[in-house]
Design a protein around this ligand. Structure first.
Ligand SMILES: Cc1cc2nc3c(=O)[nH]c(=O)nc-3n(C[C@H](O)[C@H](O)[C@H](O)COP(=O)(O)OP(=O)(O)OC[C@H]3O[C@@H](n4cnc5c(N)ncnc54)[C@H](O)[C@@H]3O)c2cc1C
Length: 141
């Protein structure tokens, strides 16, 4: 399967825009900026930085034990598990958060229930408007 991520050795010293994180937020931001042009007429150079790994179909854990090995747990300033592990669980006194770590962010571990945005929502946001051409089945806004 085709990989999207490039090795760190390909990282350049400067970019016009650096997007941190490749979840829905980062991906939509990067997609909206990808075709943009700078004032001097050159294309905007863009980099998306992602802390986690690129996980391809077939690389996901298949058993509970494998799932536990792909867990990072943060509690009281300490971390158990690898810093790049797929399931990132953060426990505080008031709230606990489960998030995905990897190319695609929490979409890697979410339920993938999608709603097509209403026309009013699409009109209200330039980012949402930029997704008009995307078929509803993969439109995440
Ligand atoms: C179990 C579960 C089920 C869900 N089901 C649904 C659903 O069915 N439908 C739906 O619409 N939503 C669902 N959601 C919610 C949805 O997944 C999130 O709202 C969405 O992923 C948030 O997108 P985001 O871009 O804000 O953050 P994320 O998707 O969490 O992306 C953040 C990214 O930033 C990266 N990152 C963080 N820090 C750094 C750093 N310092 N440097 C580089 N990269 C960094 C992370 O690794 C991650 O890839 C679900 C969530 C969970 C946990």
């Amino acid at each position: 399967m085709h990989r999207l991520a490039l090795p760190l050795s390909r990282l350049r010293a400067r970019y016009d825009v650096v997007v941190v994180g490749s979840g829905y937020g980062g991906a939509v931001t990067a997609a909206a900026l990808a075709g943009a042009t700078r004032e001097d007429g050159n294309a905007v150079s863009l980099c998306v930085l992602e802390r986690g790994e690129e996980i391809l179909s077939g690389d996901f854990p298949q058993t509970s034990f494998e799932g536990l090995r792909r867990l990072q747990l943060h509690w009281r300033g300490r971390r158990w598990g690898a810093a790049t592990a797929l399931y990132d669980v953060r426990v505080d006194d008031d709230i606990a958060v489960v998030q995905g770590s990897g190319l695609g962010g929490t979409s890697l571990i979410n339920a993938n229930v999608l709603l097509e945005p209403s026309p009013g929502v699409r009109r209200a946001s330039p980012f949402v408007a930029s997704t008009r051409q995307i078929p509803p089945s993969i439109c995440m806004t």
